[in-house]
Structures are given as structure tokens and as C-alpha cells.
Design a binder for this molecule. Structure first.
Ligand code: CP
Ligand code: NVA
Length: 297
């Protein structure tokens, strides 16, 4: 039976550990290995929103696994002119062996997965970004040697795709997740799954205490541009800067899914400091996604 990655909860912790073992091997042997599990397979990469990392890492990843990536601009497909998601899913299933999709509504990728017969990977929706968080967890594993027992604090929009996916990660792995966000962007506690290792704290400096990882994301996610003025004001106390970092552990590391806006969600003194591991994190998108595709496609 096909398996999709629509949210992190589609995987168990054991399945993710298996993906990380494969990631480690693919990363170590990149450029030298001869394993081509996607030989003869065509993978559609459908994008309705902008992307640098996700698009390029998936295109390169499919090629390196021996498959053929097809970049598809959702706005140029008939679905952009009203063709239904179920019909699109049925047609694509006749040509392709897998779909990677970045779009707005989570329900659209659920529709593709339900009506099509090929695996679907969520490359970001308004609600979730599971591939990013898999790379983040793998980066934590590399830097701390473990995920469990660490403390990660996320600053900013507690209802964003990144926050929601981090919450799912903390349901699967026993690390402490604190979401530092204003009241009006506090996370939906119904998403916590009753887990006591996940909490909300409106005080950024207090939240940062004893943290191993500080993580932030843009204040204005794609698709929320009309809220820009309000967001630029309300998130100011949640900037990750030297004062916030000083409250964390001495060897704290800084994560950011990127793209970053220095002077907004992160100060240059943090972004460009030795505590920042954002480019390792970005690189790991490639290795982790190759492992995911090798398992699903
Ligand atoms: N982090 C991330 O998904 O980056 P892109 O928007 O550039 O793909
Ligand atoms: N929350 C951001 C993530 C970008 C990778 C957005 O959706 O724009």
C-alpha cells in the first residue's frame, strides 16, 4: 500500500529513525554511492508558492536517486483554472510515480493523496512543513547526538506551518518544545495531543532559559501578506537576538528554516554568529528528503 507524508504524524518515531539512519549513509556517501532507487521513475514537483531550498533540494535529490524530476507551476496547470483535485490526482497517477507538492490548503494535498494512487509528499502548506522539520530534527541529532532530552524554543507565529509541525515532532519525540508567541498567535493546545513536553510562553526571554536550540521563522508566512503591518508590530518582542540567546544554554544553537530577515525575526548578531547552524540545517533538507523519497517512492 502507498504511504504519503502529509504531516509528520504519518510517520512513527521508529520510521523516522530508519529515515535518519538512511540519511546518515546518503549524506556520507554523496557523490560516491551507486544506489539509484528511483531509476525509471518520474516525480512531479508541483509548486503554487515560491521556493529556493525545497524546489532545488527535491530536484537535485530525485536526480541523484536516478529518477526524473518534473517541476510543475501549479498556476500553469489546469487545476489553476478550475480542474478538480480528484481529476488531477487520477490523471497524474497515470503518468507519475510520486508527487511532491507545495500549496496553500492542506485539504488540497489530502485530496490528491486520497484520489490518486501514487505517494504524495507535503512540501509545505499553510498548516504544515514536515520535510523542514525532519531536516531540523536530523540537524539536532547531528549536533547534540540525540533529540530526546533537548529543549527547543520556537519564537514567533505559534500557529504557523513550522510551529504546527514542530508540535507534531514533539508528540513523536520526547524533547521539550516551548512556543514563545503573543496571545493572538499562541498555538492551538488541541494540537499538543495531551503531551506535557509541549507548552506556550508569551515571555521570550523566560522561554529561552536553559534552551539547547532557538528556532524562528519569518513573521509573515507566504499567503498571509495582507496581515503584514499587524505582524511586524506584534512579533517585535519575539526577535531572536543577543538578549534572548544570553538566557539560553552557553552552547545554544540557532535554527531557522530560512529565508531569514535580519533585523526582523532574527538579529544579525545571532544569525551570523557561531551559534547559527542554519546552513547545515538547509543542507540536510537534501539528504533527509532523499531518504524519505527512497522509502516512499
Ligand atoms: N525552508 C524552506 O522551505 O525554504 P524554501 O521556501 O526556499 O523552499
Ligand atoms: N512559515 C514560512 C516558511 C517558509 C519556508 C512560510 O510559510 O512562508
Amino acid at each position: 500500500m502507498k504511504k504519503d507524508l502529509l504531516t509528520l504524524l504519518d510517520f512513527s518515531a521508529e520510521e523516522i529513525k530508519d529515515i535518519f539512519n538512511l540519511t546518515e549513509k546518503l549524506k556520507r556517501e554523496r557523490g560516491r554511492d551507486t544506489w539509484r532507487p528511483l531509476t525509471g521513475k518520474s516525480i512531479g514537483l508541483i509548486f503554487a508558492k515560491s521556493s529556493t531550498r525545497t524546489r532545488i533540494s527535491f530536484e537535485v535529490g530525485v536526480s541523484e536517486l536516478g529518477g526524473m524530476p518534473l517541476y510543475l507551476d501549479q498556476g500553469k496547470m489546469q487545476v489553476g483554472r478550475g480542474e478538480s483535485i480528484p481529476d488531477t490526482a487520477r490523471v497524474l497517477s497515470r503518468y507519475l510515480h510520486g508527487i511532491v507538492i507545495r500549496t496553500f490548503a492542506q485539504s488540497d494535498i489530502e485530496g490528491l493523496a486520497t484520489c490518486g494512487s501514487i505517494p504524495v509528499i507535503n512540501a509545505l502548506t499553510d498548516d504544515y512543513h514536515p520535510c523542514q522539520i525532519l531536516a531540523d530534527l536530523y540537524t539536532m541529532l547531528e549536533h547534540s547526538g540525540r533529540i530526546e532530552g533537548t529543549k527547543l524554543v520556537f519564537f514567533g507565529d505559534g500557529r504557523s506551518n513550522i510551529a504546527n509541525s514542530l508540535i507534531n515532532a514533539a508528540r513523536l519525540f520526547d524533547f521539550e518544545l516551548v512556543i514563545a508567541a503573543p496571545e493572538s498567535f499562541r498555538p492551538d493546545e488541541a494540537r499538543f495531543g495531551g503531551r506535557s513536553n509541549i507548552s506556550w510562553n508569551p515571555d521570550a526571554v523566560d522561554a529561552a532559559k536553559n534552551a539547547d536550540y532557538l528556532y524562528t521563522d519569518v513573521w509573515v508566512s507566504m499567503g498571509f501578506e495582507e496581515e503584514r503591518a499587524e505582524r511586524m508590530k506584534i512579533f517585535i518582542p519575539y526577535q531572536v537576538n543577543g538578549k534572548v540567546a544570553a538566557a539560553a544554554k552557553k552552547d545554544v544553537k540557532f535554527l531557522h528554516c530560512l529565508p531569514a530577515h535580519r533585523g526582523e525575526e532574527v538579529a544579525a548578531e545571532v544569525m551570523d554568529s557561531p551559534m547559527s547552524i542554519v546552513f547545515d540545517e538547509a543542507e540536510n533538507r537534501l539528504h533527509v528528503q532523499k531518504a524519505v523519497m527512497a522509502r516512499l517512492f
